[in-house]
Design a protein around this ligand. Sequence first.
Ligand SMILES: *Cc1c(COP(=O)(O)O)cnc(C)c1O
Length: 394
Amino acid sequence: MKIQLIDLKRQYGTISEEADKAIVDVLHSAQYIMGENVKSFEAEFANYVGVNHAISCGNGTDALVIALRALGIGEGDEVITTPFTFFATAESISFVGATPVFVDVELDSYNIDPEKIEAAINEKTKAIMPVHIFGQCAKMDRIMEIAKKHNLYVIEDVAQAAGASYKGKMAGSFGDINTFSFFPTKNLGCAGDGGMIVTDDENLATVLKALRAHGSGEVGQRAYNYLNDIEEEIVADEGADNTVYNPLKYYNYLIGHNSRLDELQAALLRVKLPKLDGWNKRRAEISKMYIDALVDTDLVTPVTTEGSNHIYHLFILQSEKRDELIKFLSDAGIATGVYYPVPMHLQKVYKGLGYSIGDLPNAEYLSERTFAIPLFAELTDEEIRYIISKLLEF
Ligand SMILES: *Cc1c(COP(=O)(O)O)cnc(C)c1O
């Protein structure tokens, strides 16, 4: 039997009729940028997460960069984040000219340890960027408390946790600005790159919208006026047909980005969003089967934090014999992946930050032991039983 880590073809098979129609409709509409699908998907996504504003963009990395820029974070600033994440989290902080400060993770949840955050705060600290790693929320109640006490922004990196919640609140509804990725393998993925930035703050939403597309037009002017404390009435030209030519586009107010979600991706995401909770539920069911079956082995299975609705972006195991086990599974046709082999503070690119081995022992410990086994909603019971049998055999 051959089982991939995630089989995107199978998910497409379950939605192909609806998805194909949505895509073809966009092609026929010849409205490819910022059309009805983008507008509707933003509203539907904001409603799903329970926030006032959702601003789509090109990918989850841009979402982080634009979020940081909208909060005015840059040169000379520090942002506290986790070392046990995908590189984009730390990269976005460095990209805007700020310095990532890594705080060690909890050994059980794999998320940033809130109790270690305060020791890393100084006068340069501007924000905390928790990541809900592998689909489980960081302890957001404690993190928000600390941020409030020290007057810091919070940016949740929700790339791996669309649909997760913590103590009854959705992932992405805690921080000042929070970001999502629709990379194909995420729990809510599109057919290419895509991202979303959410916030409850109307002024921040204006700045985010402006930064997404060249800081131009009416929204660019509104953002400029907000950032420069200018009071001015801006009258929108409601009658203008902006489909092909929008004269306002050529008036620029901020140095922005070209980072929009394509209309085609938005149309596909609108088909998929209503199915997300069902897919996440099935992932959790399969995860429970894995956990129950492995209870008497020395493999360490995922731990769910109290009050957390874990959506299992990846199913992570820990083994003292990781390399041997990966080889054994591979010989049996079962794919695995190592998430993540090198914690951020020990990455070559961050040599200049001055960390050494032993500085963040939990992240280092995990990076030597954790790995993912296949998990996606369309796995069959037979495949699950086969994977379990091979793990037990080892
Ligand atoms: C995937 C991911 C990102 C980046 O998203 P892209 O859409 O690939 O740019 C950022 N942070 C985390 C934790 C991720 O897993």
